[in-house]
Write a protein that binds this ligand. Structure first.
Ligand SMILES: [Zn+2]
Length: 193
């Protein structure tokens, strides 16, 4: 599952990354696979903001024009991640197993609840076979794990926990799972451009 909701603006953005005219993509609403990991965006997740007519990172809230306002030849300013991370860029991961009692179709709502904590985010290619990877930083990952364990959904009038287990992973182990998931995605849908 792509980490962001598939808004038409985001699809347009993905199309723009691939050189398509983005207004045209906005109109057609073309469905495109998520982009590859390190793609020159410095870890930012830029999305179109209609109020300002600019692209803005959904994580650190920096505008793309600001991130790219660097001397010629310098790389883009890297993303600091979520404000709740306090600028800590040393990432760790939680591997969350979906509660099998939960009916299917809760993936997007669950990802939203994760983001609503303000201290965790599902990265690209985070979701596969009922397990989701959640990115965070060491200072708040314990709190995040408690919050995730407490997430419930109302199903047929009763509260059902969203997850059955939460496992702590190092950055290396987390990235390895992202790579596996990305490979599985590519095998199923074709290599992302
Ligand atoms: Zn950012």
């Amino acid at each position: 599952m792509p980490k962001n909701q598939n808004t038409s603006a985001q699809r347009a953005r993905e199309a723009a990354r691939r050189g398509a005219k983005y207004t045209q993509a906005l109109r057609s609403g073309a469905e495109l696979p998520p982009a590859a990991g390190d793609d020159g965006f410095g870890g930012h997740e830029f999305q179109y903001e209609s109020r300002t007519d600019l692209f803005r990172c959904t994580e650190c809230r920096m505008y793309e024009v600001t991130a790219r306002d660097v001397p010629d030849g310098d790389p883009i300013r890297p993303c600091k991640g979520l404000p709740g991370w306090g600028g800590d860029t040393e990432q760790v991961y939680l591997l969350v197993t979906e509660n099998p009692e939960l009916p299917s179709g809760y993936g997007a709502a669950f990802a939203t609840r994760i983001r609503d904590t303000g201290i965790g985010r599902p990265p690209r290619y985070s979701w596969r076979d009922g397990r989701m990877l959640v990115e965070s930083v060491p200072g708040v990952v314990g709190e995040l794990a408690r919050l995730v364990e407490g997430i419930t959904f109302t199903v047929d009038g009763r509260q059902v926990p969203a997850v059955s287990s939460v496992e702590h992973l190092t950055v290396g182990a987390g990235r390895a799972i992202i790579a596996e998931n990305r490979a599985a995605y590519a095998a199923k849908y074709g290599e992302p451009a």
